[in-house]
Write a protein that binds this ligand. Structure first.
Ligand code: HEC
Length: 208
């Protein structure tokens, strides 16, 4: 009895160490189970929305690593998503901030009650960000964007960064919590320009 105790303890330690190294080597999650769970999450999805239940390469990689991909995977995501950004043909990144304000306040689009689409999709920015001072109701998942343009002296480089962030946040933050509003086909280039103006224009209430 006295002899077998340490032996048993050693076996337990070996098993624990073995399990830990197996976790480090094998994938963090079961990709096939995730794929199946996503696909079965909305059986009544309209046919032309079914493609939304298929993860693309970036989504699959983010699922695989629970949104904390190793460096090489993170770099690949940034490179791929950067390459997917489309810019306005006229080169102007800012549109009409008044239209942008309405889009920032609108959460319309792609919810199950929004089918078939009856109006343009919104940006839903206030669900996650504070923007204009007068708006008291906003989510806090994302950082406050109050005076975002003013703080950055309305610099052109920041105008471009905001355009890119709205178009495809994974190009800046791999496995971002912010949706790919442009790359995902939720907002048009014109709408994104209006939203950029809302965040970056000196005339916008965001910067007053
Ligand atoms: C579902 C939540 C969500 C929505 C909706 C959302 N964002 Fe974000 N946003 C985030 C989060 C979270 C971050 C911080 C980085 C990250 O994890 O993606 C962020 C970062 C940003 C940044 C960079 C801030 C910085 O640190 O410099 C800007 C600019 C921005 N968002 C603008 C917008 C605009 C404009 C809209 C609407 C078109 C919007 N976001 C919609 C969650 C969201």
């Amino acid at each position: 009895m006295r002899k077998s105790f340490p032996a048993a303890a050693l076996t337990v330690i070996t098993m624990v160490v073995g399990a830990a190294s197996a976790t480090a080597q094998s994938p963090a999650v079961n990709a096939a189970r995730i794929e199946a769970a996503v696909k079965s999450s909305w059986p009544q999805a309209p046919t032309d929305w079914k493609e939304r239940l298929v993860q693309d390469e970036t989504m699959a990689a983010c699922s695989q690593y629970k949104n904390s991909p190793p460096r090489t995977v993170a770099d690949a995501i940034v490179a791929r998503e950067k390459a997917a950004i489309k810019y306005p043909a006229d080169g102007k990144l800012m549109g009409d901030w008044k239209k942008g304000e309405k889009l920032a306040q609108s959460g319309y689009g792609r919810r199950f009650t929004d089918y078939p689409p009856r109006t343009e999709n919104g940006g839903n920015c206030y669900a996650c960000h504070q923007l204009a001072k007068a708006e008291l109701s906003f989510g806090t998942l994302g950082p406050s964007l109050l005076e975002y343009g003013k703080i950055r002296k309305f610099a052109e480089a920041d105008v471009k960064a905001v355009y890119e962030r709205i178009y495809n946040p994974h190009a800046a933050v791999p496995c971002a919590d912010m949706p790919r509003l442009g790359a995902g086909g939720h907002l048009s280039i014109e709408q994104i320009k209006d939203l950029v103006a809302y965040v970056m224009s000196p005339d916008s209430p965001v910067n007053k």
